[in-house]
Structures are given as C-alpha cells and as structure tokens.
Design a protein around this ligand. Structure first.
Ligand code: SF4
Length: 206
C-alpha cells in the first residue's frame, strides 16, 4: 500500500449552509479508493485519505465539481458559517467568503476554528469557536476564545464590536499571525487569549 495523505473537503459557503450535490458526492466516491476512510468532522469538513502521488489530480477533480479543498491538521479550518437564512446580502455571504479565502488553511500552532453568523441569533454557534464573527446590521462583532470541549467549556468573549467589513480581514489575519508568533508550543487559542488578556490582544490587532 502506497503513502496516503489526508485532505479536507467542504462544499462552498452558500445560502442554505453546508450542502453537497449528488454529483459532488459521486465525485468524492470516484476519487476515493474502495477501502478509503472518509471522516465527517465536527467542523463541517470531510477528511479524505487519498494516495499521496495523486493529491494534485484529485484536488483538481474535486474543485471542478465545485468543492473546496483545504489542508488537514494544524491549520485554520474553513469558515464555519451559518445558513444565511436572512438572504445573501443581509447575512453577509460575500463577506464570509472573503474571510474564508483570507484565513482558511493558514498554518497554526493548534487547529483553529472560526465561526460566522449572519445575525445575532448565531445559529452557527460562533461563541463556541476559537474566533466568532457576528454580523450586526452593517458592522461585525468579534468574539475570541470559545472552548466547547471538556468540563471547563466556556463561551468566547467579546473582543471588539462594530468592525466594518474593510476592517475585518486585516484584524483577523493580524490576530492569527500574532497567535502563530507568540503561542507557547501547541498552546490552545483559548489559553493563549487568557494568558495575554483581551485588553492586550485588542491593542495588538485593532
Ligand atoms: S445566524 Fe442568523 S442569518 Fe445566519 S442562519 Fe442563523 S438566523 Fe439565519
């Protein structure tokens, strides 16, 4: 058996949420070996184990079918977005896509989950993510340090309210970069935020 590589696959960020088409599922089946492991993760990506020498060919085939392909492992996961039930414009679909393009797949000390909600109902549970973005009418509130696992689970705290669309991506990339540069080993993002404090983090990224 040859070397295997794990890749992460997700449908596009779209109105309606994480929707696969039958054709996309057929393509996933077609590019996978009969004994391939296909894992449904908790963060809306599917992990596929594929032959290492065919990664590029398979990636192209998946992308041709409208799927998005990301690295697996210690990276920022693709944006965990809501279903945009209030409509693409009101819920900020294009903003969500821009955020995803800027941050998904960036190498990080531990896997980083970023949630996006198109309104304060927050049905994508942004306060349970490392970073949560909530659209509030025409601006965005940014939460950090959510911890959904373990007996000490906790909600993310508000870092900054009222960011404009133009401010969002620079603030997010600065924050992820600061985490990469200053985390102690494989320090979890929530611990990192607690250690350096919300006030200090806000001064650094805003
Ligand atoms: S967060 Fe708001 S816009 Fe997004 S799916 Fe939930 S209710 Fe709809």
């Amino acid at each position: 058996m040859g070397e295997k590589r794990k890749i992460a696959v997700a449908p596009a960020i779209q109105v309606g949420g994480s929707l696969f088409t039958p054709e996309q599922l057929a393509v996933i089946g077609r590019v996978s070996d009969a004994d391939a492991k296909i894992e449904v993760t908790s963060f809306k990506q599917w992990y596929l184990e594929i032959p290492a020498e065919r990664v590029e060919v398979i990636k192209e085939e998946l992308e041709r079918a409208g799927l998005e392909v990301y690295p697996a492992g210690f990276v920022t996961k693709s944006l965990i977005a809501c279903q945009f039930c209030k409509g693409a414009e009101e819920a900020g679909l294009e903003t969500a896509r821009r955020i995803n393009q800027a941050i998904a797949g960036l190498e990080t000390p531990t896997p980083l989950k970023v949630g996006y909600a198109g309104c304060a109902l927050g049905t994508s549970e942004p306060l349970l993510k490392d970073i949560g973005i909530v659209k509030m009418r025409d601006t965005f509130d940014l939460y950090v340090g959510g911890e959904p696992k373990g007996l000490k689970a906790s909600l993310a705290a508000l870092l900054v309210a009222g960011l404009t669309e133009e401010e969002l991506v620079p603030v997010l990339t600065k924050m992820i970069d600061h985490y990469k540069q200053h985390a102690k080993g494989k320090e979890k993002f929530s611990k990192f935020v607690n250690r350096i404090s919300l006030e200090r983090l806000k001064q650094i990224v805003c």
